[in-house]
Design a protein around this ligand. Structure first.
Ligand code: ADP
Ligand code: MG
Length: 627
């Protein structure tokens, strides 16, 4: 077959450019990327050979990666005897950005070097990094089990070619024609150093071939089976980069060996940076499962719960059957046991950090707190343990608080843990709902993750104290705090302000179905009005979130209760007017609508009827100005 020319998918071209420019100060990482791909390819063939007799016959006795230096040709070649690639693979894997992660990456590239560099840090760029050092890259490859081999070739400038080739056995050679200024990668010392630094943990031998000299450069034993005390922090870090395809520092490294009825080793990491797709609903954990050092799968949902999907790393067990299909594997009872062990370990380590290193824990919490909180409704068994590591911002305390801290600070007569939910801390802290609580020094949890509205539905109490939204708790205020009055319930309470009852009645008539009820309330100190949810009605913020996500059934809003502050001058003036006459009054009618719209705006909603709202504002301004 003759040579065919193809054009890179548009994003690839852009990616190649930016990678070459931004990563240049760390250009030696290309070698780590290619070695990592070679080792993945060996893992894949090793697994295929276990489950497929035909593959077993094709696979070599041993696996290895060779780095061949040819000074005269100015080439450095990375070869592996792994699974190889078919012609379709070449087009799909090297010609397009098929992986969703890389696609998202390309979309986020801005062209600004510093910003892109930190993005690259999060994603890793794999194969394309070869173009940082090479003018031309050839990929000679043969897929295990196929009778044809292929040569892919490109200068990384927009097109590539594919033609038939003559590789006798399965595997891949990546031949880099080094550009004139990258001759350093023909020096054995340089190669030795790079491999030691970045790829020592790779489980297959990495050999340097220089003329007749052959030298194995790495330890070639799986890192997780080595003794903890023989592993340096840098080695852990590089391994993390390798398994997680990440470039940040691991925030936490957990290396453990469990012996007993079930034995397994685990080397797990928690990243520092939040991955860009953490909240993608399809996103899964990224743990590689090995059986006796043989890679089985990195797509096993059963290993860790989705509320720990930020975990990266490896679990290796001798007690899982090697020859079972992936479908059977999902039902292996051993997996459930490992999962239990992992959850316990991770929650235990997080608790330790949270108690002993609160500042470090705060960075974890900022990145992954919202994910951990999903466990509050997904993992009933561990709910209490999860609650122990949850941290909260509150109205009365700078920094993060535990629920136990909050409980200790509760006021005499306070039976509930109060919270308010909303989009962000600023808007929540401004809410008029908090005024009464502030006035009495009663602490309120400020919850600003969308997930908070959901777990609050299922976690009803902590240390026998119920959780209560401030939008429903106005009545509690009277019986609590330093200036607590005798008994009574704040809302609906008879007030001293004469005319309040009449005003409430007139406003009710004016607003009709737009509100569920109107009442005088003690929860407000500064604002004239606020909206609250009736007992049993959906919390306002939750309704807003559901509406944003276009959940069926939440298109129209639940009518709310409008509360009036009898101490506010505007309200008391209106009450005076109402006291004079109980007849319908156009001034009160307009005021009723404007008060409702005001309350809605404070909640982050828009006025019910913006045209009418604008008209009323204009009229009032006109009156005010003509005085
Ligand atoms: P990643 O390794 O993160 O998937 P890369 O850009 O490094 O991304 O590689 C893209 C894909 O190309 C790999 O997932 C793999 O399927 C294929 N590939 C790359 N190098 C090899 C190789 N040496 N042998 C077999 N397949 C390879
Ligand atoms: Mg790779």
């Amino acid at each position: 077959m003759t040579q065919e020319t193809f054009t890179f998918q548009a994003e690839v071209g852009k990616l190649l450019n930016i990678v070459a420019r931004s990563l240049y100060s760390h250009k030696e990482v290309f070698l780590r990327e290619l070695i990592s791909n070679g080792s993945d390819a060996c893992d894949k063939l090793r697994y295929a050979a276990l489950t497929d007799k035909k593959m077993a016959a094709i696979a070599g006795e041993t696996y290895q990666i060779d780095l061949t230096i040819e000074k005269k040709k100015k080439t450095l070649t990375v070869s592996d005897n792994g699974i190889g690639m078919s012609r379709d693979d070449l087009n799909e894997l090297l010609g397009t950005i098929a992986k969703s992660g890389t696609q998202a990456f390309a979309e986020q590239l801005s062209g600004d070097k510093d910003a892109d560099m930190s993005l690259i840090g999060q994603f890793g760029v794999g194969f394309y990094s070869a173009f940082m050092v090479a003018d031309k890259v050839e990929v000679r490859t043969r897929r295990a089990g196929e009778d044809k081999s292929w040569l892919w070739e490109s200068d990384g400038k927009g097109t590539y070619t594919i033609e038939e080739s003559d590789r006798a056995t399965c595997g891949t050679d990546i031949i880099m024609h080094l550009s004139a200024k990258e001759k350093e990668f023909l020096e054995p010392e340089r190669i030795r150093n790079v491999v030691k630094t970045y790829s020592d943990h790779v489980g297959v031998p990495v050999n340097m071939v220089n003329g007749d000299d052959i030298e194995t450069l790495n330890s070639a034993s799986a890192l997780w089976v080595r003794d903890k005390k023989d592993i340096t922090a840098d080695q852990y870090k590089e391994f993390y980069h390798h398994v997680a395809h990440a470039f940040d520092e691991p925030w936490l490294t957990m290396h453990n060996s469990v012996e007993g009825v079930l034995s397994y080793k685990s080397l797990l990491f928690i990243p520092t940076m939040q991955p860009f797709d953490l909240f993608n609903p399809e996103r899964k954990a990224n743990i590689k499962l090995y059986v006796n050092r043989v890679f089985i799968t990195d797509d096993c949902d059963e290993l860790v719960p989705s509320y720990m999907r930020f975990l990266r790393g490896v679990i290796d067990s001798e007690d899982i059957s090697l020859n079972i299909s992936r479908e059977m594997l999902q039902r292996d009872p051993m997996l459930a046991k490992i999962r239990k062990g992992v959850i316990k370990r991770v929650l235990g380590e997080l608790k330790k950090k949270a108690d002993k290193k609160p500042e470090e824990f705060a960075t974890f919490w900022a990145s992954f707190g919202p994910v951990i909180k999903e466990g509050l409704y997904e993992d009933f068994e561990n709910r209490d343990k999860i609650l122990e590591i949850c941290r909260f911002r509150t109205t009365e305390n700078d920094g993060l608080s535990t629920l136990a801290d909050y409980a200790e600070r509760m006021k005499d007569g306070q039976d509930s843990i109060y919270f308010i939910t909303g989009e962000n801390e600023e808007s929540v802290a401004r809410s008029p709902q908090l005024e009464g609580f502030r006035a009495k020094g009663i602490e309120v949890l400020l919850l600003t993750d969308p997930i908070d509205d959901f777990w609050m539905q299922s976690v009803t109490e902590f240390q026998e104290k119920s959780f209560k939204s401030v939008t429903r708790a106005g009545g509690d205020l009277d019986s609590m705090g330093k200036d607590a009055k005798e008994g009574g319930d704040g809302a609906d309470k008879k007030d001293d302000t004469p005319g309040m009852d009449g005003l409430v009645a007139l406003i009710k008539v004016a607003l009709g179905d737009a509100v569920k009820d109107v009442r005088s309330s003690s929860r407000l100190t500064d604002s004239a009005v606020c909206l609250v949810a009736d007992d049993g009605d959906m919390d306002m913020n939750l309704e807003r979130i559901l509406k944003q996500h276009k959940q069926a059934g939440f298109e129209s809003a639940t009518p709310r209760i409008l509360e009036l502050n009898p101490k506010h001058p505007l309200v008391s003036k209106l009450a005076d007017a109402a006291a004079e006459s109980t007849e319908a009054n156009p001034v009160i009618d307009d005021a009723a609508h404007m008060l409702l719209d005001q309350a809605r705006i404070l909640e982050g909603e828009s006025p019910l009827d913006p045209t009418a709202f604008a008209r009323r504002v204009s009229q009032i301004m006109e009156k005010g100005l003509s005085l």
